[in-house]
Design a protein around this ligand. Structure first.
Ligand code: PLP
Length: 398
């Protein structure tokens, strides 16, 4: 296989060449500890400061509001744990039905009573058939016992955007902390956190062309915070552990590039995504888009090819060097569609044939044309041999 056509950027992204270049000195001569008192360490600390400013510029917040972490998952865990520590008398957590496991599984454990905490009441807000949040149900769920609301900004499977401003405003009126998992949204939608009622926000470097193993948590000034990783005084006593300087510098550079490329996301990347989506819908019958087509990330489309097994499509695309993702979890042997598609009520035959295409600024029109040439015949061939007939029973949909 000579070249890969990579359409799985919601899973991870290529490290940008500029990012790789920026981090290299910190794997070489600039190896000092940013906490050291000597000039050598101080030099390195200046680059951590710069990275914080670059990220703050992308988010539209103050650099002091950023805590560097090891990944999006840590940021999500830290935000929720902090809220519970800071509001020990409240025992209700509100989230959505379509969160990433980094939030979903934390909430599930809280519901069972974990880490010495008594069981929390957990409310999962439903979504409609287009993946949009039921805001009325959310408002109804808010009460005096709510310690934190953790609802994502953009869904990783469908790209559907949630109304974070409305959610945050409703929380603020009631003095409830609002955390949003913005791992998929950062770098793809413009953000001005200083003007938004968001108390905490998680992001991850490897979704925006930095390497894996670095993330950040935004904590709005004045928000009560209790550290999750306890140790030294790093990150202004909010996250212990010697800073991973190369990765932090990389995240800073990636944020700078992302800010510069924001316009391209909404024009160039969205146009390629739309071309791909239209081409696939036009060329094949029984294809449908999962998720609201407008309130969506510019880089994502989730398309169901009915009566075909998604993982079979992925394997055949793979033979052409095309990387995408599927919305069913057949690797578990359960034939269970993803919790996101189930929450949207996507029919069994469609959920099983769902493919997520997620693009980046590095994709080209030529690549999209190649996919449009290759995929429709694959779908036709798979339909011919599919064990899923049009009369399949939805018994296994769960
Ligand atoms: N939240 C969302 C919405 C994600 O898509 C992901 C990763 O796929 C994460 C959290 C976890 O991020 P990380 O891989 O950096 O832990």
């Amino acid at each position: 296989m000579d070249t890969v056509i990579y359409l799985d950027n919601n899973a991870t992204t290529a490290v940008a060449p500029e990012v790789r270049e920026a981090m290299m000195p910190f794997l070489g001569p600039l190896y000092g500890n940013p906490s050291s008192i000597h000039t050598f360490g101080g030099q390195v600390a200046a680059h951590v400061t710069r990275a914080r400013e670059q990220l703050a510029d992308l988010l539209g917040c103050h650099p002091a509001e950023i805590i560097f972490t090891s990944c999006g998952t840590e940021s999500d865990n830290a935000a929720i744990a902090s809220a519970l520590d800071c509001y020990p008398d409240r025992h209700h957590v509100i989230t959505s039905r379509v969160e990433h496991p980094a939030v979903k599984n934390v909430c599930q454990l809280l519901g069972q009573g974990s880490r010495g905490r008594r069981p929390y009441r957990v409310t999962e807000i439903p979504v409609d058939a287009e993946g949009l949040l039921d805001v009325a149900a959310f408002e109804d769920a808010l009460d005096d016992d709510t310690a934190v609301v953790s609802i994502m900004w953009a869904n990783n499977e469908t790209g559907v955007l949630f109304p974070v401003e409305t959610i945050g405003a409703l929380c603020r009126e009631r003095g409830i902390l609002f955390h949003t998992d913005a791992v998929q949204a950062v770098g793809k939608v413009p953000m001005a956190l200083a003007d938004l009622p968001i108390d905490m926000l998680s992001l991850s470097g490897h979704k925006l062309h930095a390497p894996k193993g670095v993330g950040a948590l935004y904590v709005r000034r004045g928000t009560r915070f209790s550290p999750y990783v306890v140790g030294g005084h790093q990150e202004s006593n909010r996250r212990g552990g010697t800073e991973s300087v190369p990765l932090i510098v990389a995240l800073g550079k990636a944020a700078e590039l992302a800010k510069r490329n924001l316009g391209k996301e909404t024009t160039q990347v969205a146009a390629l995504r739309d071309r791909l989506q239209k081409g696939l819908l036009d060329k094949g019958p029984d294809a449908r888009v999962n998720g609201n087509p407008l309130l969506r990330l510019p880089n994502t489309t989730n398309i169901s090819f009915e009566y075909v097994e998604g993982e079979a499509i992925l394997l055949m695309l793979d033979q052409h060097g095309i990387c995408a993702a599927s919305g069913s979890a057949c690797t578990t042997g359960s034939l269970e569609p993803s919790h996101v598609l189930r929450a949207m009520g996507v029919p069994f035959t469609a959920a099983h044939g769902s493919i997520r295409f997620s693009l980046s600024v590095y994709n080209t029109a030529k690549e999209i044309e190649k996919v449009l040439a290759v995929l429709p015949p694959i779908i036709r061939r798979l339909r011919e041999i599919s064990p899923f007939g049009r009369d399949i029973q939805p018994a296994a949909a769960g």
